[in-house]
Design a protein around this ligand. Structure first.
Ligand SMILES: [Zn+2]
Length: 122
């Protein structure tokens, strides 16, 4: 079962958020499950409001959390991104419902239904 962001999701992010479009133009992609789409979209919306010239440098699941790197957020930017990262620990990466971060062999944030379901093979 592979539940990565759909091409439609990717298209929407590229269209709405220039910071993300620049990342994709450089070969980047969102390496996370579809359940984090709303979270990622809200994060990017905030990035655009802080600095429309900012550029995303990474978007992936790491240690069960949504890790997004952004150049150009200035002072306080790292803290904002860490806030979003912490928020991802409460959202199932597969379905977007309430989730719990489980630290095991493989760290993952999942609801009960999607425990052990992998987002994708990257
Ligand atoms: Zn779920």
């Amino acid at each position: 079962m592979v539940v990565a962001l759909s091409p439609e999701h990717e298209h929407e992010l590229r269209t709405r958020y220039p910071s993300y479009a620049r990342y994709v133009a450089l070969g980047g992609e969102a390496r996370c499950g579809a359940g984090w789409f709303d979270l990622l979209s809200a994060l990017l919306s905030e990035v655009e409001s802080v600095n429309p010239e900012a550029t995303v440098t990474e978007t992936k699941q790491k240690m069960g959390l949504l890790r997004v790197g952004v150049d150009g957020l200035g002072e306080g930017g790292v803290e904002r991104l860490l806030m979003w990262e912490r928020r991802s620990a409460t959202v199932c990466e597969i379905c977007g419902g309430p989730g719990v971060l489980r630290r095991g062999g493989r760290h993952e944030t999942r609801c009960e239904v999607h425990r052990g379901v992998q987002a994708a093979d990257w």
